[in-house]
Write a protein that binds this ligand. Structure first.
Ligand SMILES: Cc1ncc(COP(=O)(O)O)c(C=O)c1O
Length: 450
């Protein structure tokens, strides 16, 4: 590839110098393709991104399921600015500073009852691994050292650290990276045998959660520490659980003394019309992971919210000294914590979770109006999330999805694709007219794609 192809020369004054694209090894990116045909974002406001050339892009993905209150929220920006001027960094190992305490207290105010102890991380991946370690520490503290197995689910995504990769169920994310964490098993994903074009949850056609009983019979409950699932699987194409599935998982985990972890990195902060999916589905896990919307995407931060029982067991059974040998230099970072406090305030002041709930039926109607659009084989939705599945090209799975993504972007719409599934998750501030715009742009784009 020539050096010239690695450079782009933006026309707008917002990025005055050439952008050299070579050095940044981009995550989850076709680096060679991107660097030959870059698509850059330069700024953002409200529902839109802007390219360096000044093109306006409607954001139908809240960035990456992050920006639930929309882009460039002044209150959040100002909180970060102010905090940076007061305290740039302070450790939270054996020391403290006010912001993460304030954020933790505020956060538990919107968590399901009983989940009221918060451990801060810097990402969803770190939250997943922290939650798994917390579960192991809990059982050890209770004298059940044999509980070391972790159960995930096929098509699950829990980030890219070793624990999350291991319990995750995406072949491509796992295959390249060795044997990973020992002692992991997986439940079947919740999309097997699902009917097409379902709205919200569908009636169960198999006892998928009951498979956990099979794993208990296989391994012995005394070896299983935790089950981790996304209440709604996002990254593998919006897989909504069948009715009763999560309740049944809760019942079986409780029966066998297994901890239940909900990975709410994308479902947290109003995505389904409630603060958490746990609240939406009425099922409370023992541990719940968060990230993304915690700071409205404005600063990297994750959180793991544990039940009082999990926390107290680990903390109170330990001898004097550090109780949980785990943490990150940036756990509770002042700038991120300030962004978190401001984000929670924006969500509350603007009633954004309730807004998502109000918009959900309109969103559902709009999404399903694409049922007759070209290439569409399935549509599923819940809250302000939708998955639109396209027929794959013969011998080239993912090719059609990738082309739709690029064409939509070039046409002024940011969507997310996973293989040949379009996943949509707009900021919760979206207007009805913009929902219509998303649908129209997708329909038009699908017409032009072979
Ligand atoms: C359910 C879930 N868990 C974990 C993660 C990983 O989060 P991060 O990319 O912040 O590490 C994601 C990211 O999309 C996610 O959807």
């Amino acid at each position: 590839m020539s050096a010239d192809r690695l450079k782009i020369i933006p026309r707008a004054a917002s990025t005055p110098q050439d952008t050299d694209l070579a050095a940044f090894w981009m995550p989850f990116t076709d680096n060679r393709y991107f660097k030959s045909t870059p698509r850059l974002l330069a700024s953002a406001s409200g529902m839109h991104y802007f390219t360096p050339e000044g093109r306006k892009i409607l954001d139908a993905t809240a960035g990456l399921w992050c920006v639930n209150a929309g882009h460039g929220r002044e209150k959040i920006t100002e909180a970060i600015r102010e905090q940076a001027g007061v305290l740039d960094f302070a450790p939270t190992f054996q020391l403290g500073h006010p912001k993460p305490f304030e954020l933790a207290s505020k956060l538990v105010g919107i968590m399901p009852a009983g989940l009221d102890r918060v451990f801060f991380t810097n990402s969803g991946s770190e939250s997943a691994d922290t939650a798994l370690k917390m579960a192991l520490a809990y059982h050890r503290a209770r004298g059940e050292q044999s509980r070391v197995r972790l159960i995930g689910r096929q098509r699950g995504y829990h980030g890219t650290n070793f624990g999350g990769t291991s319990v995750g169920g995406i072949g491509g994310n796992r295959r390249g990276f060795g044997a990973q964490v020992w002692g992991v098993d997986h439940l079947t994903h919740t999309h097997g045998g699902a009917t097409s074009f379902t709205r919200g949850m569908q009636a169960p056609n198999a006892d998928l959660a009951g498979e956990l009983e099979d794993l208990v019979a296989l391994h012995g409950s005394e070896t299983i520490a935790a089950v981790i699932v996304e209440p709604v699987a996002g990254s593998t194409g919006v897989l909504v659980p069948p009715r009763g599935y999560l309740d049944r998982l809760r019942t079986i985990t409780r029966k066998h003394g297994i901890l239940l972890i909900f990975d709410e990195v994308i479902t947290g902060f109003g995505r389904l019309g409630s603060a958490t999916a746990a609240e939406f589905f009425g099922v409370t896990p023992d541990i719940l992971t968060l990230a993304k919307g915690l700071t409205n995407g404005a600063a990297p931060m994750g959180a793991v919210v544990a039940s009082r029982e999990v926390h107290d067991t680990v903390v109170e059974s330990a001898p004097p000294g550090i109780e949980f040998f785990h943490g990150y230099t940036y756990s509770g970072h002042p700038l991120a914590a300030a962004a978190g406090v401001a984000s929670l305030e924006v969500y509350a002041e603007e009633g954004l979770f309730a807004r998502a709930a109000r918009l959900a039926p309109i969103w559902e109607e709009a999404m399903h109006s694409l049922a007759d659009a070209r290439h569409v084989t399935d549509i599923r939705n819940i809250g302000l999330v939708a998955g639109i599945e396209l027929a794959p090209r013969e011998g080239a799975p993912g090719g059609r999805g990738a082309e739709v993504f690029r064409r939509c972007f070039d046409d002024g719409l940011l969507i997310r694709v996973t293989g040949d599934i379009i996943a949509l998750s707009p900021p919760l501030i979206i207007e009805e007219a913009q929902i219509g715009e998303i649908v129209e742009r997708i329909r038009t784009t699908l017409e032009t794609v072979e």
